[in-house]
Write a protein that binds this ligand. Structure first.
Ligand code: SAH
Length: 368
């Protein structure tokens, strides 16, 4: 690879093949393994601030068309490369927008992005939480800032279907909530009626809430984060399901073994671990982790039980994840049927020319 002329991080460069054929326009960052991130396939498009505003408006308009921008609701308004804005994430929780900028390209257009958001959501509080691991890999330091309005002192309340949730924007994980599991929460809830649920890697318990609103008998929420569990208890109370709610602070790998040794069983288990692999070197270890967890969960299910199992490691492909889960099924010696394949929702779209944007996959399995 060779760069011609002066180029600074965040500039958009024209990319040609070795033989001089047109490839794309890409946002440049010499300090990253990804030196160029495609922003346009079109040689004639001028990627300037007008273009950035247009892309933000289009991204929001798509969500609007899909019915994702109702008052009091939450959704991802901009999803990086998938919305042609590499490194730009914007989540909306009711009247609060949370932005994460993780590339020099995003950084360069920070003011323009902010203007576009203020234009579309006047009156909204806008926060910047540029702290994810991508930013580090791009050679940038983390930043937190209040861009418009005042930082909320309490978690932000929003509605998802018939459920009420709280996003802890100041101290929470991601931008405060796992919006990407929205559709999967309601899919899993369909199997929940009358079931005893174990929600592993629960964070603030969203799968537990959805299952209880779907008629589950009880939900035991397990996570290492005491803060997340405490928030979960508030959310359970908000939804009037606290009498069927239990929290357990602990390491999933150990807690599942303890349940196995105590011969404790469940009817529905959700496994939604954090990202186990972000680089190729971690794939093998990640697969060992997935297999171990899935095998343990399969052993804890009563006959007829349901396992909803997820992986959010983009580098572990859906095919590989399925092989790992199948290996756990083989070792469990139980008869298991795949009822549903799950993915990420339309506000976290997968760009067909950027397969890496497909990161969330899951299976709903029934165990005999
Ligand atoms: N299912 C959640 C999101 C899960 S994110 C939801 O729907 O909101 C992954 C969670 O796993 C985080 O809350 C993190 O605190 C927790 N976690 C990470 N390592 C863990 C471990 N070894 N045991 C239990 N929980 C863990």
């Amino acid at each position: 690879m060779r760069v011609e002329g002066d180029a600074s991080p965040g500039d958009v460069l024209r990319v040609l093949s070795d033989s001089g054929d047109w490839l794309a326009q890409a946002a440049y960052n010499p300090n990253s393994d990804l030196v160029g991130r495609v922003v346009s396939w079109n040689p004639d498009e001028r990627v300037d601030s007008t273009w950035v505003v247009k892309r933000v408006r289009e991204a929001i308009a798509r969500r609007e068309r899909w019915g994702y921008i109702a008052p009091e609701s939450a959704c991802r308004l901009v999803f990086g490369e998938s919305d042609s804005l590499p490194g730009v994430i914007v989540d909306r929780y009711a009247e609060v927008l949370v932005c994460s900028l993780s590339t020099p390209f995003a950084e360069k257009h920070r003011e323009t992005l902010l203007d576009a958001l203020v234009g579309r959501f006047p009156g909204a509080t806008i926060l910047e939480q540029s702290e994810d691991d991508t930013r580090e890999r791009e050679g940038m330091t983390p930043r937190r800032a209040v861009l418009v309005g005042a930082e909320p002192t309490e978690p932000v309340l929003f509605r998802e279907g018939s459920a009420l949730y709280l996003a802890d924007i100041r101290k929470g994980q991601k931008t405060g909530f796992y919006l990407d599991q929205r559709e999967n929460r309601s899919r899993v809830a369909r199997y929940a009626s009358g079931r005893e649920v174990l929600n592993v890697f629960s964070y603030s318990g969203s799968f537990g809430v959805a299952a209880l609103l779907g008629g589950a008998k009880s939900a035991l929420n397990l996570d290492t984060s005491r803060e997340a569990l405490a928030l979960g208890e508030r959310i359970a109370a908000l939804n009037g399901v606290d009498s069927r709610w239990e929290s357990l602070e602990g390491n999933a790998f150990k807690a599942l073994r303890d349940f196995r040794d105590a011969e404790r069983t469940f009817d529905l288990i959700v496994l939604d671990p954090p990202k186990f692999a972000s680089a190729k070197a971690h794939i093998e270890g990640a697969c060992r982790g997935y297999k171990d967890l899935n095998l343990l969960a399969l052993k804890l299910l009563r006959p007829g039980g349901i396992l909803a199992t997820f992986s959010c490691s983009g580098i572990v492909t859906p095919h590989l994840f399925r092989q790992v889960v199948a290996a756990a099924v083989m070792d469990s010696r139980r008869e298991v049927r795949l009822l549903e394949k799950l993915s990420q929702p339309p506000d976290h779209p997968i760009l067909m020319t950027f397969p890496e944007s497909e990161y969330l996959k899951g299976f709903v399995l029934q165990v005999e």
